[in-house]
Design a protein around this ligand. Structure first.
Ligand code: SF4
Length: 305
């Protein structure tokens, strides 16, 4: 089978940074807890778990017994460098993934005496900061995105109770009347097409002032543009990545909208020969949390067919 690969695919710098940070902490023998899976890819998450990364849903699940032991060290204990290293390493480190989190979680980490390793992507941080600033400037802040996604929940936390999340046209009734000033931003993984459609629908409601800040991640946009380009030259598309990954799901939807039979698969194990019946050329792309080896394995197996 002829296989073409998108010019831009796979790990983005935000995900690479988060994985590197986790690996470095584990190499340094830190006790590391991650709030939720570090990235939306079970292969990577399982590898990191085997290396010692612990995944918890909230801070109350962190084992604090070793932390208390460290807090109760006497000055004499601290004179011993061997013991100092040992106790420092036993204070749990909480790793914040690239999606970021609500600001009160960062406060709680400090309050509980844990160490903080913040791997929030700089582009997510920018969106979070904008929410706070736009709210302070008197705008009704609107985020176009999935209200259940951790990135959106983290951004909403920068103006709690004041942000309206619009996931689709059905949510437009949540918006205020036509008076007032509206500021609209996007979840970083949205497609420009979807974001633009919602912005257009909001504008049609006749607000006096609307400020739109494009917070779509450039890495996501490049992956989407190159997937759309590839769709023109293939009979079938394979989009690799976790079924929970928002940016991978968005890539698959875009390919479908471009008229190509598209399969969103986690890895080669999910491939079925019937997917390529009648096709001569297949395209492959992958979401921002899909490791390179999954993509290489998939492409090499597909080429053999
Ligand atoms: S997809 Fe974009 S916003 Fe999300 S982690 Fe990667 S670089 Fe950052």
């Amino acid at each position: 089978m002829k296989v073409l690969i998108a010019t831009k695919y796979g790990f983005c710098f935000g995900v690479e940074h988060a994985i590197e940070k986790a690996r470095k902490l584990l190499d340094e023998k830190e006790t590391v807890y991650c709030l939720g899976p570090l990235i939306h890819n079970s292969h990577v998450v399982n590898r990191l778990s085997r290396a010692g990364l612990r995944v918890v849903d909230d801070l109350s699940q962190i084992d604090t017994s070793t932390c208390e032991q460290s807090h109760s060290d006497t000055p004499t204990d601290r004179n011993s460098s061997a013991e100092r290293v040992s106790s420092t390493n036993h204070v749990p480190t909480v790793l914040i993934r690239s999606h970021g989190c609500r600001p009160e979680i960062l406060e709680e980490i400090k309050k509980r005496g844990f160490k903080l390793a913040d791997a929030t992507c700089i582009l997510v941080k920018r969106a979070q900061k904008l929410v706070g600033e736009l709210y302070q400037q008197g705008y009704q802040v609107v985020i176009v995105g999935d209200p259940d996604h951790p990135e959106v929940q983290g951004a909403v936390g920068h103006a709690p109770g004041k942000v309206i999340v619009v996931d689709g046209p059905e949510d437009l009734d949540k918006l205020p009347s036509t008076k007032g000033r509206l500021a609209v931003i996007s979840q970083t993984t949205n497609s420009a097409e979807d974001f633009g459609k919602i912005v257009g629908l909001i504008a049609m409601r006749g607000y006096e002032e609307m400020k739109v800040v494009n917070t779509i991640c450039r890495e996501t946009a490049r992956r989407q543009a190159s997937a759309v380009e590839l769709c023109r030259n293939v009979d079938v598309m394979f989009v690799l990545g976790s079924h929970h990954s928002a940016n991978t799901g968005e890539l698959a939807q875009l390919c479908r909208r471009n008229g190509v039979d598209t399969y969103h698969l986690q890895d080669w194990q999910e491939f079925k020969p019937e997917y390529i019946v009648g096709s001569n050329t297949a395209g492959v792309t992958a979401g921002a949390s899909t490791p390179d080896w999954i993509i290489r394995e998939f492409v090499s197996n597909l080429q053999k067919l």
